[in-house]
Design a protein around this ligand. Structure first.
Ligand SMILES: [Zn+2]
Ligand SMILES: [Zn+2]
Ligand SMILES: [Zn+2]
Length: 285
């Protein structure tokens, strides 16, 4: 599995173009890995996490072609992760030529948001909702927490996140060819019982990607995590056998209000035994 971070920032990007805080000024000055677009990630050019507002820019930046994209897992419907316009960009037979049909897995709450965002184009979209056997260019399939999905070479477990301002936010355990990862952006501390339940489903992770929104400022807010929180969740995962010394841990979803330039934050994380993601970073599993 080849996993690529296409965006690693919290809402608004980092630097946020509207902001001149100390961290945004430092990131503009530093450039390079300190320039972060809003979160999305790609696996093997065929499975994407989050059709977000910065995806088009990220694809231009990293030379990514979405024509082979077959599946999208949508974590939740917050505006930094979901841009409804992607339905028109992909599904319309006048817009997307010579590309694979796409199945977009979203929660129940995201469906009306996608429809409302494409109101004018809806009659022209080659799109279906909850019709698994459809040959439409874009299929929207509803998912809910604790669901086991199987599509193509992938197995996925949907895990409820603790992201209080969102409806039905989810983390994803993803397995392909015997290798597996956990994608966990946009979550604070998980309730007791979540990690043991994931273990009961038979998972062990080679890679864990975890919300690092609040950097080294605080362990958790009510919606996100910082370094201490990440390490606490990781220890809880380890206690039930989900990770071990061979697992790699990487933080993502960095917010400008709680982080400075990449090199500084990454060094602090490395001193604690894990890495921080940057846009374009590739991890081969
Ligand atoms: Zn977010
Ligand atoms: Zn700022
Ligand atoms: Zn969110």
């Amino acid at each position: 599995m080849r996993f690529q971070f296409l965006g690693t920032s919290a809402s608004g990007g980092f630097p946020n173009p509207h902001c001149r805080c100390e961290n945004c000024l430092a990131a503009r000055e530093a450039g390079g890995k300190s320039i972060r677009m809003m979160c999305s990630a790609m696996i093997d050019g065929e499975l994407l996490i989050d059709l977000g507002p910065d995806l088009s820019g990220a694809c231009l930046r990293f030379g990514v072609d979405l024509g082979d994209l077959r599946w999208v897992l949508q974590t939740h419907d917050h505006g930094d992760h979901l841009l409804p316009l992607h339905a028109t960009m992909r599904a319309a037979n006048w817009a997307a030529k010579n590309v694979e049909p796409l199945e977009w897995f979203v929660n129940d709450h995201a469906v009306p948001i996608i429809l409302a965002g494409n109101e004018k184009s809806l009659p022209k979209l080659d799109m279906t909702i909850d019709q698994p056997d459809s040959s439409a260019m874009l299929k929207i399939s509803r998912i809910e927490p604790w669901q086991e999905l199987v599509f193509g070479p992938y197995e996925v477990l949907t895990i409820p996140a603790n992201h209080s301002s969102a409806v039905l936010p989810m983390l994803f355990a993803i397995r392909k060819g015997g290798r597996s990862l956990l994608y966990a952006s946009d979550t604070a501390e998980l309730p007791e019982g979540v990690w043991p339940r994931v273990a009961e489903f038979g998972w062990h992770f080679d890679l864990v990607i975890f919300d690092h929104n609040d950097g080294f400022m605080r362990p958790y807010s009510n919606t996100h995590s910082g370094s201490d929180g990440v390490l606490q969740e990781y220890a809880r995962m380890r206690a039930v056998g989900l990770v071990d010394e061979s697992t790699r841990l990487i933080g993502t979803h960095l917010a400008h209000h709680s982080n400075t330039i990449h090199e500084v934050e990454a060094e602090r994380a490395q001193a604690l035994g894990y890495d921080l993601a940057y846009d374009g970073m590739v991890v081969d599993l």
